[in-house]
Design a binder for this molecule. Structure first.
Ligand SMILES: [Fe+2]
Ligand SMILES: [Fe+2]
Length: 289
């Protein structure tokens, strides 16, 4: 099957007319210190996987905007700001990957990734109410913002650190938007804390690690076409990446962000504070396994 024929990979900036918080031109690709990154094949696979997932955002962003059609400002933000920023993350990561590893066939690899990944993107994965879906979105943005913080801190190459910092700032802002929108719906839907917790847990357990595995596999497979997905070499590469991200993962921050949609009273929060770090470490395991 010729996957490239059907792959909707964006090739030019979205014509939304919105000003992005930063632009690809702000990333000084010519200043990359190749001696600090070129030999790190694990970084190639990790950054390529991240770029694929970010690029594919436009596949489900439209669906999500439709899901919130009754609130035009939310639908508008999703369609014109959030989506444009996520796609810019993909575009910038792609540019970085190609500046360091020009022999990597990004377009062809993205096409094979997209064939598998696009089957996962659809409205059937949404939570039962709009408010609960917004709570679940907070989980996704917690995952991305903390992962890019870890990438920034583990990166040894200054341009990559700068890029990861830009992306992290965007993801934190996305989280804040989703949390604010969640409050609006939650005031109407009056979801119990238990239901919100269920939605947080569902998205935490079900979702994003599998996206990343798909991205990693296609990046890896393009380099090692004879290796098996269930084989030891691919597993070892995955564990190596998980280990290095884990070493820099802001577990405490992740748990604080994840708990916000529960809107627990301040006295209760201080009571359970000592339990939060161990819980954050468990979440780190789930997100990075
Ligand atoms: Fe992103
Ligand atoms: Fe985001």
């Amino acid at each position: 099957m010729d996957a490239t024929a059907t792959t909707p990979a964006p090739t030019s900036p979205p014509a939304s007319g919105r000003t992005l918080p930063w632009r690809l031109e702000d990333i000084p690709l010519a200043d990359i210190d190749l001696s600090r990154i070129r030999g790190r094949e694990d970084m190639l696979f990790m950054l390529a996987a991240a770029s694929f997932i970010e690029f594919a955002s436009d596949t489900y962003a439209g669906n999500l905007a439709e899901f919130f059609h009754d609130e035009p400002d939310i639908a508008d933000w999703l369609a014109h700001s959030w989506e444009a920023e996520e796609v810019q993350h993909g575009r910038a990561l792609k540019a970085y990957v190609l500046a360091v590893w020009p022999e990597f066939d990004w377009d062809a690899t993205y096409a094979t990734f997209f064939v598998e990944y696009s089957k996962l993107c659809g409205a059937e994965g949404y939570e039962s109410t709009q408010g609960l879906e917004l709570a679940a979105r907070c989980v996704v943005e917690t995952g991305t913002s903390t992962a890019y913080k870890a990438i920034r801190d583990l990166a040894d190459e200054p341009v990559l650190r700068k890029l990861a910092e830009h992306i992290r700032n965007d993801e934190v802002r996305h989280y804040k938007h989703f949390l604010k929108f969640f409050d609006r719906y939650d005031a109407r839907e009056r979801n119990s804390r238990f239901r919100v917790l269920q939605s947080l847990k569902n998205r935490l357990v079900e979702s994003r690690h599998s996206d990343f595995e798909i991205g990693l596999w296609h990046a890896y497979h393009s380099r090692y076409p004879d290796d098996a997905r269930g084989g030891k070499r691919f597993a070892a590469m995955q564990s190596g990446i998980a280990r290095s991200v884990r070493a820099h993962y802001p577990a405490g921050q992740a748990i604080r962000m994840l708990m916000k949609p529960l809107r627990l009273p301040a006295p209760l929060m201080s009571l359970i504070q000592p339990m939060l770090l161990p819980l954050g470490l468990v979440i780190r395991q789930v997100l990075l396994r």
